[in-house]
Ligand binder design. Structure first.
Ligand code: GLN
Length: 306
């Protein structure tokens, strides 16, 4: 029997209210610091199309690192296992924008979900498409079934002006021969990628192919084969929430990808996707209320992968 998640989402929305002022909005990207932390949205997209929402589920936010999931899916779908010669599949145990590991691991990022790895993935896409950022946007529009998705040019410019650390990462990888396009082009495209805005409903829908073993649930379009989809889910579980992935698996128990805009998308394979958004972050850079909301969801519904 189909489960009605509405009352669960409503009660989670109430439960996390006290946490909203406690998170810290990302301020290293100036434009993000202007967002009020007192917002929370949640959306569940079931594979049969039923959608449940609560709170600010229809407010668009800066998806930031959540886009790394879609960029990886696009690169993996086109290049297959070739990508693994340029980026690893291990948790980094370091902050998402750390430089230190990259030096002693010869410019090969630990995984595609830290900044270094995402820059390499963007570089791979840039070799495939005339404009990697536009190709990714179109891919995400198709996945979300929402042609209105777009970049936030103000956020992109704001990040570009303060992207010193990402420039440093890109230059280091260029020196090691693991960035084929000009550093400037990749940073510009990556900042545009991170600026794409979505709401929780759109985000949950866009990731639904990953809980549907690689194909879009409403029309059957295959994005990834069964095995690749399973592998991408595994990467989300082990690396999708930065160096807090272990704690996230312990508390929530779902494959997920987070971003410093406060969004997190998670999935129950074969059943549903769930997107949460709240801009206040914890020390690891994950949404404070968002992680708690997902923890409550898997506890209340007993839907975790474990
Ligand atoms: N655009 C951000 C950065 O590169 C994305 C980081 C994130 O969401 N973790 O720093």
């Amino acid at each position: 029997m189909a489960i009605n998640y509405q009352h669960i989402l409503d009660s989670i929305c109430e439960e996390v209210k006290d946490l909203l002022p406690k998170g810290k909005v990302a301020d290293y990207i100036p434009q993000l610091s202007a967002v009020s932390p007192l917002q929370f949205g949640i959306a569940v997209y079931c594979l049969d199309g039923r959608t449940y929402t609560a709170g600010n589920a229809h407010t668009r936010f800066s998806t930031q690192s959540v886009t790394k999931l879609f960029a990886l899916a696009l690169a993996f779908s086109r290049e297959g296992d070739k990508i693994w010669s340029r980026v690893g599949r291990e948790p980094s145990g370091n902050p998402f924008n750390s430089l230190s590991q990259l030096e002693y691991e010869q410019g090969i990022p630990r995984n595609p979900f830290i900044n270094a790895g995402a820059l390499v993935i963007h570089d791979i896409l840039a070799a495939r498409f005339v404009q990697a950022d536009i190709a990714l946007l179109q891919f995400m529009r198709m996945l979300a079934r929402e042609p209105g998705l777009d970049f936030d040019r103000t956020v992109a410019a704001s990040e570009h002006q303060t992207a010193h650390r990402n420039y440093a990462i890109a230059h280091l990888m260029k020196d090691f021969g693991n960035l084929h396009n000009p550093v400037e082009d990749i940073i510009y495209g990556y900042c545009r990628q991170c600026s794409i805005t979505m709401n929780c409903v759109e985000l949950a829908r866009a990731a639904s192919f990953l809980s549907n073993h690689g194909s879009i649930p409403w029309d059957g379009t295959r994005i990834l084969d069964y095995s690749s989809s399973k592998r991408l889910n595994a990467l989300m579980l082990t690396c999708g929430t930065y160096d807090a992935a272990g704690d996230f698996a312990y508390r929530v128990g779902l494959p997920a990808k987070s971003g410093v805009g406060g969004g997190i998308v998670a999935l129950v394979p074969g059943e549903l996707t769930i997107a949460v958004w709240s801009p206040g972050l914890d020390a690891a850079g994950n949404s404070l209320a968002g992680v708690t909301a997902l923890e409550r969801f898997t506890t209340l519904t007993t839907r975790s992968i474990f």
